[in-house]
Design a protein around this ligand. Structure first.
Ligand SMILES: C[S@@+](CC[C@H](N)C(=O)[O-])C[C@H]1O[C@@H](n2cnc3c(N)ncnc32)[C@H](O)[C@@H]1O
Length: 214
């Protein structure tokens, strides 16, 4: 939707996603926003086809899940015109774990999420974009890291929701979920811990990297 607003009504944005449920949700949001220049293609990112070159390839929280992100960047490069933009945003958890050190329950919750992601993805894909872009034949990217610092109950709820959705994987990995205590009261306990401290909590750090195809 951000890209659609940037290119304007005469431009075109194609969203690639393999999960039809995510496409349905995204389509509904695009319609609600009144954007007419966005279409979706249900495809694996390894198999994108296009008859015409794109001006930009933009992705968020996708490369971290791929077994071979460099090969996907290389294939995307064939679909982008020379001078076209590559802009990717991916996560980093190292600053999160460091920042949450004074908040033991937040740290335990973030550590479990981090361990679970680490078992199937690269939680440091953000900082790794510098190397991945270059391995794919792109120039060294400009990069920026952003860490949202918050003290409101919504953030405790995001952590709780993430733990709940990852719980089956955590149990499969035999991670010590009991260290979080009763999940029914996790939001209240997280909120009480940060409210009674001099610290602020944080969500994962986003790292953005961008460069232009030579
Ligand atoms: C964390 S979500 C990010 C979604 C969206 N880019 C955003 O920032 O809100 C990761 C998405 O990548 C999709 N995905 C993972 N592997 C994929 C692949 N090989 N091809 C296409 N989509 C994939 C998943 O279905 C999921 O919707």
């Amino acid at each position: 939707m951000l890209a659609a607003r940037l290119v304007g009504p005469s431009g075109e944005v194609v969203g690639i996603e393999r999960d039809p449920r995510s496409i349905a949700r995204a389509r509904a949001r695009v319609e609600e926003a009144g954007l007419r220049n966005v279409s979706f293609t249900q495809s694996d990112v390894n198999q994108i086809q296009s008859g015409k070159p794109f001006d930009a390839a933009v992705g968020r929280l996708i490369l971290m899940w791929l077994p071979d992100p460099v090969s996907v960047l290389r294939q995307l490069s064939l679909l982008v015109r020379p001078g076209g933009v590559f802009a990717f945003q991916e996560a980093s958890w190292v600053p999160v774990l460091a920042h949450l050190a004074p908040l033991p329950l937040w740290l335990a919750t973030a550590s479990l999420i981090h361990e679970t992601i680490r078992a199937g993805a690269d939680p440091e894909m953000g900082p790794n974009l510098y190397q991945k872009f270059q391995e794919a034949g792109l120039p060294a990217p400009a990069m920026r890291m952003e860490l949202s610092l918050r003290k409101d109950p919504d953030l405790a709820r995001w952590y709780y929701d993430t733990v709940c959705s990852l719980l089956p994987q955590m149990q499969r990995l035999h991670l010590p979920t009991e260290s979080l205590g009763n999940l029914d009261t996790l939001v209240e306990r997280l909120q009480a811990e940060v409210a009674g401290s001099k610290s602020v909590a944080c969500w994962f750090a986003s790292v953005t990297a961008w460069s232009r195809k030579p």
